[in-house]
Design a protein around this ligand. Sequence first.
Ligand code: KE4
Length: 427
Amino acid sequence: MKTKKSQKLYKKAINLMPGGVNSPVRAFKAVGGNPLFIAKAKGSKLYDVDGNQYIDYVLSWGPLILGHAYPSVVKALKKATEKGTSYGAPTKLEIELAELVRKAFPSIEKMRMVNSGTEATMSAIRVARGFTKRSKVIKFEGCYHGHVDGLLVSAGSGGATLGIPDSLGVPLSYITETIVLPFNDTEAFKTTLKEHWKDIACVILEPVVGNMGCILPKEQFLITLREETEKFGIVLIFDEVMTGFRVSFGGAQAYYGIKPDLTCLGKVIGGGLPVGAYGGKKEIMQMVAPEGGVYQAGTLSGNPLAMTAGIETLKILKKSSTYKKLEKIMSQLEYGLKEASEKSGIKVKFYRAGTMFCTYFTETEVIDAKTAKTSDTEKFKKFFWGMLQKGVYIAPSQFEAGFISLSHSEKDIEKTIQSAYKTFKEL
Ligand code: KE4
């Protein structure tokens, strides 16, 4: 694999940006070596600056569910750009995207557009605190909700990848309000609520944990969270920044049939442009300025370009044929990867929820952060490089989810499975 041009660019980038990147997980720290610099992408393919082509299972960490540079998205963006890129004033486009989101997530009666998933979760927590007049927040080990100060405690994603359970620069006073519990531990949750419910404003979780790979909720777990939070007047927040439109058209809440009080979205609803959103019960969202006393704002929130990309993406997702096609691609990949691991004798645990998935190098059932960490990250590292050299680009960390898109072809899946079989054999 030629990487001369990437290496040259990396040498320049490293002097300009920490790790030469604008987000830590891109730095290849967990797998060694230096990141590849991407020149362009189209459909299911990435092309790096040295001309190498890859089948892309990162898809910008989830957003590109249609595939890169999807024709109708590109066409609409070109038209929108000619009308100006941002007005700092309301537009029809924001109504259109909000209506599409509410159709898919009926629990989101009222919402606010922001520019990232971090802004969405940070704001949802502020609103929950304003609404309940309580200050504590429960989160679960391994869940990542963006780089919100109070939530960078036992976080997943980069936190797990880089082995930084907490972040420097977060004063202890910021995290005394954060209670961290093991994911899927119903008993620990019930005990904690019994003791502390009077101080707890909200519970926030990834209903399927995509920031520790792909960890599925136990049946009873989500039901207990909903019942217990209801009982104690605690706001239940589903962080569906990743699971939204990925686990199903209506996210994890539709798939598991649990209605949260607030939902955070991001990634897919921006169709590749920066968008986040938070919303839910009207009585809670009425707390948000200018209607209520919880302040939250953003210069480029709801800007016409991001709205356009989101609208075009959701219009395609709304068609029933879309998820049938996604399901076909995903189950073909799932079956093939499992078969490749069996035939090669390399034991893995494979989990998936809708169009997101993860292959762990462990024989232990993965049900929480602790069991996810039984995965052999050295084996994962070799798997990552073996697949990359065969033209398959997976997330450079065991503790990230993989994604497919509408543009992944049967040929792509076939090539991926063959590459996985050969790479398993090389382990
Ligand atoms: P952003 O601020 O990165 O848009 O969203 C934060 C966020 C919130 N909630 C969930 C469930 C998320 O997965 C994320 C962001 N996910 C990571 C990947 N695991 C983004 C990749 C990155 O950090 O560069």
